[in-house]
Write a protein that binds this ligand. Sequence first.
Ligand code: GLA
Length: 728
Amino acid sequence: MSIRVDGTTFSLETKNTLYQMKADAYGVLKHLWYGAKTSQDMEYLLDYPDVSFSGNIYDVEDNRTYSLDTMPLEYSTEGIGDFRISSVGIRYENGASALDLRYENHEILPGKYSIPGLPAVYAEDYEAQTLAITLKDTASDIRVILKYGVLPDFDVITRSAVITNNGHGNVMILRAHSLCLDIPYGKWEWVHFHGRWGKERTPERLPLLHGIQESSSKRGTSSHHHNPSVLLCQEGCTETSGTCLGAVLMYSGCFQAQVEYDQLNQTRLVMGMNPHMFRWELEPGKSFYTPEVILSLSTSGMETLSHQFHRIIREHVCRGKYKLIERPILINNWEATYFDFNEEKLLDIARGAAELGVDMLVMDDGWFGKRDSDNSGLGDWYVNKNKLPDGLEGLVKKVNDLGMEFGIWFEPEMISEDSDLYRTHPEWTIRIPGRQPTRSRFQLVLDMSRQDVRDYLFDVMSQILGSANITYVKWDFNRSVSDWYSELLPASRQKEMPHRFVLGLYDLMERLTSAFPDILFEGCCGGGGRFDAGILYYCPQIWCSDDTDAFERTQIQYGTSFFYPISSMGSHVSAVPNHQTGRITSIKARAVTAMSGSFGYELDLNKLTQEEKNEVKFQIGLFKEYGPLIHNGKYYRLSNPFRDNYAVWQYVSQDQKKVLIQGLIFRTEPNMLRYPIHLRGLDPDKKYRLREDGVIYSGNALMNGGILMPKCFGDYVPVELYLEAIDA
Ligand code: GLA
């Protein structure tokens, strides 16, 4: 049993962790513990000082030490004396905003709950249990059901909330976070992942300062700028030691994560939809569902935490036929041609790639409507016959005849003003009446909250996808959303738009991925601007960044690896000088980096020298062998590329028999020592043979002494070493 209830103390047990809470004598649901597994009621740790200026709820009478402002709570509220960050806010018809939530009842259910209209971790009934605790406001008929999914074998707990209006009048939800996690003790630091276009998910580890720190997005997407994931670690925590916990929000829109370090040096983490971009009018009898947060904790450092997240996301967030199987090695024409292509050019690229063993041609932006630049055509999802005279069917057949599969690019949620769609349906665009809309990449955004817009997109995309043998879709989204307004919503509901937009996106993705279960969908948003667990529920891989530079990618993929599995990161070998940075790196250096993901190419391979082509053929052969280990093995960060002069990482198969070390040494110095890197996760008693020179090492030696890095000459020296266990 992973959920134990003792009176009103709730213990959620996973293999290595315990999450504990208790509804006390007043029905207030207090958080007691999230940490290493113990068999104890952890309430003994709570101490309540008499703190001036922290309020006391009415029914505790003269007990001045009982204050919601100082105790660890499971779901904080506002208006009744907890002055820290609130998780939920409700405004009533009389204009007041307060919520005093008390325990009403609970229920334990087999399996993992799901959330209507939203992505959520899924599991078989034998893998998970659900605890639903209902809290009720003392003065109104608002109820909040806190849902906890417990997946013991994964060391994962999920959280989400349902807010129900059982009263007679409408209420306004002002905020509805998915997670509130109070940690009364310890010195914690937080790591958030920031960035910009072309430079996503840079980890930043910061001490907790008194007050509030935030990582958030108001852009309509989860964004390049902050990722909806947070890591809290105890001071001194490293890759391999110390306690840390992670929270990943399964949501692709405006989000907010806040960490508050309070007057008593307690830490509160809240996470959910961004309240600045959210209101929800809740009618009597209706419920509102928050997105889900995935929580996991490790007492042996960040590496274990990453393994836990990789496993849950790969196996219980990603869905569909491709989630665990090898992905096709693809060639994408974007950086090879940009908009300037026709059938002949594409076939030329495909022929060159087929000869070297590439599995699939992906036709990127520019194949539809009037689309010779990014100023026009979005929304007109029909083939441009000037570029593709034999239509899609003709092109796809010719590509298939080369022995390759075919994939296609869409940017469904967008519209260009210069398009037939805009001329016919200007009202489908997000814009505020009486104002000029904000353009970005000269394009506008479709109102995805509208059923008619989604039906149009479903029909037109289904028609294209059904018209030829298409087995891959790249689903792009190339701007932030502003000018929020929907013609179909009343004034009181306009602030619902950012969330309704995401619900609309998920609805369309669900319909299309169900209608085309054999298609591999890859998410994209100007690279990695919507790299989140919400999108991964529909698309098992996401284009990691528009920056394809090998050096830069070591950092971007390092940051991404804290929570997201390697199989989810789309990464390609592109041309040099690199189009984003002008940097020149060898084809091998680029391949080694791109292999650390869903591997592919993004250049015209015909333009390479014969020597480079041989290397490409070799690397493709290697990826066919290493792919399963890279995607389904355990991943180890052996360096920090933001600090060290090298980025080296390692994969170990689940049975510890296969080991792959890859990476780049950045700058070479004269007379450089070949320094050793310590491997991890091996069987100390096993012997491993290095494929490259046949030398045999013990697991013990490789982990304690390390393996020597290659001799360096030139910059960005690739590292690629493969070890296999031999029978003793
Ligand atoms: C985005 C994507 C690129 C490419 C272009 C096409 O920037 O990230 O890979 O598809 O759009 O316009």
